[in-house]
Design a protein around this ligand. Structure first.
Ligand code: ATP
Ligand code: MG
Length: 561
C-alpha cells in the first residue's frame, strides 16, 4: 500500500477548523444559527480540481448544517470574462452534485449598489479620486520596509471627488487617467491598507452589462460587499486573502453594512500539474492540449472526460481535509479515489490492447458459444451478459512467454491457463515470424473445464482475458500519462513550466473489444479486465469508438517517481 493509500484509509471524523468555527457561532447565536456560504468563481476559465475542493467545502457545509450556498460570478473584470466560462462553471458545479437552487448571482448585479457605496465613502471623506499615473501610485505606495506617502490628490474636497467620480462613470476620462481610492493609511504595515484602489476606468464591453459602465469596482471592493448584500455568514477563501481581510472588514465597518466573516484555508496543490487558470489557459491557447476538457487537464471538465466520477472527486475532497497549512497532495491519492469508486460501479468487460492470435486447434471450426459473464462481482444487481467464444481468439501479447520463469502464471509452452468465463487451455505450440515475433499461439482446450461446470480436475493458476477474433471489433484507445514530467513544473525560477511538458502524455492504440461494447455511448465507464478503467470519449462515432483510459488498475507512478 502506498503512503497516500494509508492516509486515505484513516478517515478523519473530527470537525475541521471551519466546522468548529461554525459550531461555535451557532452555539453563541452569532448569526441566529444561519449558515450561508458562497462559491465565487471569476468566469475567466474553466474550473479545476482546486475549485472542486472549494465547491465541496462550501456546499458540503451547507448540507451538513442545513444552510445555503450561493453561486456568485465575480465578474468585475470585463475583458477577461466570457459566457462560455459561465456556462461551463454552472455545468461543473451541477455535475459535482451540488445545487445553488435559486441563488445564482453575479457581482455585476450589484454594480448600481456598489457605485452607491462608493459615493457613500466619498461623502464620508473615506475615498478620493487620484489623478496620479499608475507608476506614481506605485512609487508612493512604498514597500514592506518603507511607509508610503500621501498622494497630492488625497485631500481633495468631497464635492470635487463626487464630481470627478461621476465624470469617470460618464466616460469623460481615458482608462488609467484617474482611479478612486479608499482613504485609509499610507503608513499601514499592511500594503493592502495603503489607500487601495476601489474603482478603475475601463471602457470594455461587459458580458452582462454591455457598454453601460465606464468604471468597474476592484475585486476587494466588490467581493466583501457582495458577501454582505447576500447575507453570507462565513466567507471561505484561500490563504492568500488573509492579508486582504483588514480591508474586507474596514469597508463593511465604514459603510455600516452587515458583516460576514472571512475565513481562510489552504488551497489545494497537487504534484505533476499546474493549477492556475492563467497557465491552464496558456496550455489551451498554445495548443499543448486539445482544449480545456482535454483528459490530461486538471480541470473538472477534463477529469469528467477522462472518466473520473463526481463521487470520486467528492471523496478526494473529503480525504484531503481542510486546514490552514499549505501542502502538496500526491496525484495518486486522487487516482486511488477514482479506482475505489469505479471498482464499485464500472462493468467488467474484455478488451485486448496489444493482441496476439491464439488458435484452439481442437475446437470445431465455425462453432460459436455464447458464454455468460457477470458484469461486476462487487454488485450482483449489475447482472450478466453473454460473450461469444470461438476457435480463434486474441489475447494480450504480454500474457505469453516463449520461455517463462516459474512464477509466470500466464501462458507458455506446456502451461495451462483459464480463459475468463470459458475453458482451461494448454499451450501446445507457437509460430514466430522472421523477426522472432510470436504471431500465433496454438492451444488445445479441455471441454470438461467450462467455467461454472468444471469437472476436469485440471489446475490453472492464471486467468486471462480474451476476445473472439470473428466477433471482436476495434476501437481507438487513448492512453494518458502525466502531462508534466516534473513534480512541481511551475516552481522553477529559471525555467518555464512549459519546458516540463511530458512529450509522451498521450498515446493512441487500437484495441480489440468484445461485441457487447458496440452499443456504448459517450461517458460510459468500464473496467477492461486486468487493464484498467476506461471511458467512452465524445469523439466516438458510429464507425469508430474512442476510449480514454481513466486510470490503470494499479498505481503505476510509484515505480516511476
Ligand atoms: P486561479 O488561481 O486558479 O486562477 P482563482 O482563485 O483566481 O484561481 P477564482 O475563480 O477566483 O479562481 O476562485 C473561485 C474560488 O475557488 C475562490 O474562493 C478560490 O479561493 C477557490 N480556489 C481557487 N483555487 C483553489 C485551490 N487550488 N484550492 C482551493 N480553493 C481554490
Ligand atoms: Mg481569483
Amino acid at each position: 500500500m502506498s503512503k497516500s493509500e494509508i492516509t486515505a484509509n484513516t478517515e478523519k471524523e473530527s470537525l475541521h477548523f471551519i466546522e468548529e468555527i461554525i459550531e461555535a457561532d451557532n452555539a453563541s447565536g452569532k448569526y441566529d444559527n444561519r449558515v450561508h456560504t458562497r462559491f465565487p468563481p471569476e468566469p475567466n476559465g474553466y474550473l479545476h480540481i482546486g475549485h472542486a475542493k472549494s465547491i465541496c467545502l462550501n456546499f458540503g457545509i451547507t448540507n451538513k448544517y442545513q444552510g445555503k450556498t450561493n453561486l456568485r460570478f465575480d465578474d468585475t473584470n470585463p475583458e477577461k470574462e466570457e459566457t462560455e466560462y459561465v456556462d461551463s462553471i454552472m455545468n461543473d458545479v451541477k455535475w459535482l452534485g451540488f445545487d445553488w437552487e435559486d441563488r445564482l448571482f453575479y457581482a455585476s448585479d450589484y454594480f448600481d449598489r456598489l457605485y452607491e457605496c462608493a459615493i457613500q465613502l466619498i461623502e464620508a471623506g473615506k475615498a478620493y479620486v487620484d489623478d496620479s499615473t499608475s507608476e506614481e501610485i506605485r512609487e508612493m505606495r512604498g514597500n514592506v520596509n518603507t511607509p508610503g506617502t500621501n498622494s497630492p490628490y488625497r485631500d481633495r474636497s468631497i464635492a470635487e471627488n463626487l464630481d470627478l467620480f461621476a465624470r469617470m462613470k460618464a466616460g469623460e476620462f481615458e482608462e488609467g487617467a484617474r482611479i478612486l481610492r479608499a482613504k485609509i493609511d499610507m503608513e499601514s504595515p499592511n500594503m493592502h491598507m495603503r489607500d487601495p484602489a476601489l474603482y478603475r476606468i475601463k471602457k470594455a464591453h461587459h458580458h452582462r452589462t454591455g457598454d453601460e459602465w465606464n468604471v468597474y469596482p476592484m475585486y476587494d471592493f466588490a467581493h466583501g460587499l457582495s458577501d454582505s448584500f447576500e447575507g453570507i455568514t462565513h466567507s471561505l477563501c484561500t490563504l492568500e486573502f488573509e492579508v486582504h481581510r483588514p480591508l474586507y472588514d474596514w469597508l463593511l465597518v465604514e459603510l455600516e453594512l452587515y458583516r460576514p466573516q472571512q475565513i481562510e484555508f489552504a488551497r489545494l496543490n497537487i504534484n505533476y500539474t499546474v493549477m492556475s487558470k492563467r497557465k491552464l489557459r496558456q496550455l489551451v491557447e498554445e495548443k499543448h492540449v486539445n482544449d480545456w476538457d482535454d483528459p490530461r487537464m486538471p480541470t473538472i471538465s477534463g477529469m469528467r472526460r477522462r472518466g473520473y466520477t463526481p463521487a470520486a472527486i467528492r471523496k478526494f475532497a473529503k480525504k484531503i481535509g481542510i486546514a490552514r497549512r499549505e501542502n502538496i497532495i500526491d496525484f495518486s491519492l486522487l487516482e486511488f479515489c477514482v479506482r475505489e469508486d469505479l471498482n464499485k460501479t464500472a462493468a467488467r468487460v474484455m478488451a485486448v490492447l496489444d493482441p496476439v492470435k491464439l488458435v484452439i486447434t481442437n475446437y470445431p471450426e465455425g462453432q460459436t458459444e455464447d458464454l455468460p459473464l457477470i458484469n461486476n462481482p462487487e454488485d450482483d444487481s449489475m447482472g450478466s451478459r453473454t460473450v461469444p467464444f470461438s476457435r480463434e481468439l486474441y489475447i494480450e501479447r504480454a500474457d505469453f512467454m516463449e520461455d517463462p520463469p516459474k512464477k509466470f502464471f500466464r501462458l507458455g509452452p506446456g502451461r495451462n491457463v483459464r480463459l475468463k468465463g470459458a475453458y482451461i487451455i494448454t499451450c501446445d505450440d507457437f509460430i514466430k515470424d522472421e523477426n522472432g515475433t510470436v504471431t500465433e499461439i496454438h492451444c488445445s482446450y479441455h471441454p470438461s473445464s467450462k467455467s461454472g461446470s468444471d469437472t476436469s480436475g485440471i489446475k490453472a493458476k492464471g486467468v486471462l482475458h480474451w476476445v473472439s477474433i470473428p466477433h471482436a471489433f476495434t476501437a481507438d484507445v487513448r492512453i494518458y500519462d502525466r502531462l508534466f514530467s516534473d513534480p512541481a513544473p511551475d516552481s522553477h525560477k529559471e525555467k518555464d513550466f512549459l519546458e516540463f511538458i511530458n512529450p509522451n502524455s498521450l498515446k493512441t492504440i487500437t484495441a480489440y473489444l468484445e461485441p457487447s461494447l458496440k452499443s456504448v455511448k459517450a461517458g460510459d465507464r468500464f473496467q477492461f479486465m486486468r487493464k484498467g478503467y476506461f471511458c467512452v470519449d465524445p469523439d466516438s462515432t458510429d464507425a469508430q469508438l474512442v476510449f480514454n483510459r481513466t486510470v490503470a488498475l494499479r498505481d503505476g507512478w510509484k515505480k516511476k517517481s
